[in-house]
Design a protein. Sequence first.
Length: 500
Amino acid sequence: MTNIVNHWIGGKTAEGASGTYGPVTNPATGEVTTKVAFASVDEVDAAVAAAKEAYLAWGQSSLAQRTSILFKFRALLDAHRDEIAALITAEHGKVHSDALGEVARGLEIVDLACGITVQLKGELSTQVATRVDVSSIRQPLGVVAGITPFNFPAMVPMWMFPIAIACGNTFVLKPSEKDPSAANRIAELLAEAGLPDGVFNVVHGDKVAVDRLLEHPDVQAVSFVGSTPIARYIHTTASAHGKRVQALGGAKNHMLVLPDADLDAAADAAVSAAYGSAGERCMAISAVVAVGAVGDELVEKIRERAEKIKIGPGDDPTSEMGPLITKAHRDKVASYVEGAAAEGCEVVLDGTGHTVDGHEDGHWIGISLLDRVPTTAKAYRDEIFGPVLCVLRAETYEEGLALINASPFGNGTAIFTRDGGAARRFQLEVEAGMVGVNVPIPVPVGYHSFGGWKDSLFGDHHIYGNDGTHFYTRGKVVTTRWPDPADAPAGVDLGFPRNH
């Protein structure tokens, strides 16, 4: 019998009532293992209503109460990290070590939320005028929503809800329908940690659920991570309904390799950043720009390493890369490689025919490496979201920088060089929100915010870090004047000395 993933509303499982379900597939076998309930408008409304009711008490709760619960949740999450990683592997397909890494990066933001008291401190100016003080405080918004992608079913929600609920908001999560189980297990752990009913809710579904969250009058803010077209739609639609929005979009992350770089280190970095998690990362390096005469040697070093990657089921400890999430996505990724030569690319490695013995129905694709890729090729222009690495050539640093800055995306980028002056120029001149210097995937630690530029971000706030705290709160300024007790009306003695 196929398992059913239902909603989590008001602190308990809520069976799907719409009659609509979506399939959840094991990418390594192609088998449908689970079906997930798709929420109707009424079910989304029920989740928002539960969050709104819970906010009446949670929004007024003490910081000590909130952080105490988050500390307990952190301990439970740490104890169950293998279990959650196994759920991710079963539904997403990434290898277990990758899934464990995802949980660990989510834990960083839980750590940050446990210490939220520091970020929520206000400011005070005394005696701005005679007996007048001015203070600034931050208060929660109310009900907030998160809409998250399939590639990090545990980490990306944890980039959002720990900060949101630590700040006093209540949360409605709409995770990807392709790998929904991790979200429900996290909800159960939050309840076990003592989170009051309704503070955290999960509704599964498709565009019906998303659109209702975007337009619901009781949802004050929406966080999103996904592709650029959907990020733009989320931002436009939610903003039109008066909501605060942070919508993180797609990427085409470039790695600039200068002639003085350690080419072995650069090749190692390119392979791990391009092919890790089967390339299904918004921070994957998908374009390497080789400067000067190093291109041929660098491509050969990348090829040598890429050919050794072991592809197999994510629950096999010897596997280094798993399958793609769905067959449709696998076929789309393959199409970029199959059409590359006709667009002027040199196909160094073609992984489109790869299969895994005993798992022939899985969503497999091998490693692909394209060299001398023109900027007009679809493989360069589009975010492929798979294990395809494009190598472009540039004669100079300036030419390489201009190529990167011409991209409509500006999520992350990296430079590999031994020259500190060149690295310093690059970090100031490149048009991207996150920059790595000899670091291929420059995802910031939890106390620095994550976010891109240009078509990689819609909205003013990056995610987590200080930006996350500001996004989930709003500022208030209070100006206060108290009469001096010495100025009390005649006949009333408050016992204050009248000696001035």
